[in-house]
Design a binder for this molecule. Sequence first.
Ligand code: SF4
Ligand code: SF4
Length: 136
Amino acid sequence: MKPAPVTIENRSCETCTLCCRLPDIDYLDKPAEEWCMHCVAGLGCSIYEERPKLCRDFLCHWMLDETLGDEWKPSISHMMVYGQGRQITVLADPDRPDLWRHEPYISQLQNWAADAAATGGYVIVFWRDEVVKIER
Ligand code: SF4
Ligand code: SF4
């Protein structure tokens, strides 16, 4: 059995539900940037005990990587960050689509892009129909 990912001490999802809204989830027939039918705003998942395995297994980088400071807490950054192979994916809340262009975010995104490039990786920001590859 695959071990559960280790989360950073003192970090929890609390009332954040960004990953129930921003990504498209084929299994749940959920388009990007629309609420999952099971999500209750401000409360979370209404089927938490029976939620699909893909939901159980998912944690964003802020929950897993202590190099992401508190400014990356999704409720503050209005972004969720996760890895997809060599791609570091950043989904920006369409209600706050330009935050990533400003500090402290843009410098960190550029640093991630530089670090990722050393092993063939890259950083992409998505919102609405927009896609931007972060340049080092
Ligand atoms: S985006 Fe991250 S912090 Fe927010 S609910 Fe999902 S895993 Fe938790
Ligand atoms: S099933 Fe629950 S945990 Fe999964 S996306 Fe929907 S509301 Fe979120």
